[in-house]
Design a protein around this ligand. Structure first.
Ligand code: VGL
Ligand code: ZN
Length: 201
């Protein structure tokens, strides 16, 4: 067991990101048993859950003429347009059936504001609206984070880089993540995490 300054952050292990889901990440379900085992080594376990309203602005369906994986400009910058996914209250937004959710101390939902996407568990995509996770961790005295989950190049990447910028020591377990890999996004994410001081193992 790690000491009380360590937390495991499990990012978005939800049905829509697993094979058969609306935004399936190849092999997304393969990481579930390893994540469940790793939970036993951490005194704190936090799960994040992508949780969008049905008319979320990151959905291509909300932009006439757009197709999933197109890019658009939002007031806060460039944004990938996704297939409809992780709609609040749907089976797709639920955690993978085999994920040990019982062990979670906190389930943090993100992406619930229609006009802003939120890849990171710390800040929405405007990079200023906080989710509150930083305060939760700091008030528990946690300053070491291990991150696993989906997808390596989006929500894991943004969460890990933000955490490192906030001063947390961050390790990403690459073997317990899977990537979307859109136009070189995985290589860019690996470079960005390394540059931010994240340890990717
Ligand atoms: C994610 C795209 C859109 C993720 C969430 O969990 O990586 N990616 N929403
Ligand atoms: Zn999303």
């Amino acid at each position: 067991m790690r000491d009380a300054t360590h937390a495991l952050i499990v990012i978005d292990v939800q049905n829509d990101f697993c094979p058969g889901g609306a935004l399936a990440v190849p092999g997304g379900d393969q990481i579930v048993p390893g994540i469940n085992s790793l939970m036993e080594k951490f005194p704190a376990v936090i799960l994040t859950q992508d949780w969008h309203p049905a008319d979320h602005s990151s959905f291509a369906s909300q932009h006439p003429g757009a197709a999933p994986m197109d890019m658009t400009e939002m007031p806060y910058g460039p944004q990938v347009l996704w297939p409809d996914h992780c709609v609040q209250g749907t089976k797709g937004a639920a955690f993978h059936d085999d994920l040990n959710t019982t062990r979670a101390d906190l389930i943090l939902r993100k992406g619930f504001r229609r006009k802003i996407d939120s890849y990171s568990a710390f800040f929405e995509n405007d990079q200023t609206t906080p989710t509150g996770l930083e305060g939760y961790l700091r008030t528990r005295g946690i300053d070491h984070l291990t991150m696993v989950g989906l997808a390596t190049d989006f929500c894991v990447n943004f969460s890990a880089v933000d955490a490192a910028k906030l001063g947390f020591a961050v390790e990403v377990r690459g073997d317990l993540c899977r990537a979307i890999d859109l136009n070189g996004s995985l290589a860019a994410a690996r470079d960005g995490m390394a540059a931010a001081g994240v340890t990717v193992t």
